[in-house]
Each structure stands twice: as structure tokens, then as C-alpha cells.
Write a protein that binds this ligand. Sequence first.
Ligand code: SF4
Length: 226
Amino acid sequence: MTAVDRAAVPDLAELAEVSAGLETRSAGAAVRWAYERFGDDLVLAASFQDAVLIDVAVEVAPRIEVVFLDTQYHFAETLWYVEELRRRYDLNLRVIEPLVEPDNRWRTDVEGCCGARKVEPLARALAGRAAWITGLRRTDAPTRANAPIVSWDVARSMVKVNPLAPWTDADMAGYVADHQLPVNPLTERGFPSIGCWPCTRPVMPGEDPRSGRWSGKGKTECGLHA
Ligand code: SF4
């Protein structure tokens, strides 16, 4: 397996063609394309909200590096779930911590808090790599409605692969049921979207699944997918 030249911007037309071709193929095909193309220069960033992306990826590339951003404000259930999946899949897991100590910044400055606890740590995790895989889906939010499966991440100068981009909530639930995947305990307690405890609340039936994130704070994205 040959790693790409990290300094080189790939042929964007080729990326668009690859992405279009993957629209009618499985999520595993997207992971396979990325792993064959980038090898160990590929990183998977996992939120541990569910196990779908990890299950798909390790089937193709069992030793793919999986990154978890430990913001220091995750729910205890999520931290338990990280260990559960690490054991289940024998994950090549890398936990990245922020460079700051726990503080109260989330009370008054959610942008700055996410910047210090998510955006900067992710930049460190991806430094020197050629491509990253994410669990982003088009149904997550209107801002993600046109997300391609494969694209050039301009902000990070690397290829971004979203194998689950076309998946609906029903697709996700069906995969979890068919493969009998463990679920984050919060999912069963009204948390369809799971982030840090200070910024995540359960949602009522009929509410937008992501309305529980930064509720009332005028924020919808943590900055990782800007
Ligand atoms: S989600 Fe909230 S607690 Fe977590 S990093 Fe962002 S502002 Fe801080």
C-alpha cells in the first residue's frame, strides 16, 4: 500500500468522480477506497454516539486508527461506551485530550470552549495525515444536506471521507439492529445526538434530533465540520 504525497493537492475532479461513483455503493466501499488510497495516512474520527461507522470501517481495515476527542466533558455513559467498543473491536484507539484544564468556559463562551476542546485537539490528531473519515450525514442538519462522500477539506488541506453521508436515520437504526451493535445508553434515554453533558439535553418526540445540542445558545456546529 502506497501512501500519497501529503503536500500534494489531489485532482479535485477525480475526487468528485470517486465520490459520485460511491453514491450507489456501500459505506464499506468508501472506507475501502480511502484505505487503499491513503493507507496509514488515514484517520477515523469517531464521536462514539453509535457504533455504525466503526463497525463498517474495521470490517475493511481492522487496524485503522480511531481517534476520540476527550473534551473532559463527556457523559459517563459515553466514556463507558468508548471502552465497550474498544474492547469489542480491539480498536487501534487514540484518545486526544485538550491542552487546557477543566474550566467553566462552556458557561459563557461555547465557541471558544469547542475551539479548545474539539477543534484544536482534532487538528493535532490529523496533523501530518492525508485523509480523515467522519460519521457526518446529510440528514444531521441543513448545513450538511449536500455533503459529498469524498471531498477536499480545504480548511485542513486533506481529503475528507463521509461514508455514511447518504444514510438516513432508518438506515442507521436498521444497521444497528441487523448487526446487533451495542448502543450508547443515552440513545435509549432520549438523546438522539450526543455531545458534552453541559451542552446536550434529551429531546422530545417530534423535535429535531439535533435540537438538544447547544439548546438556546444559538450554536449548531462544534466547528469540526466547518
Ligand atoms: S460541546 Fe460544550 S462543553 Fe463540549 S467543547 Fe463544546 S462548548 Fe465545551
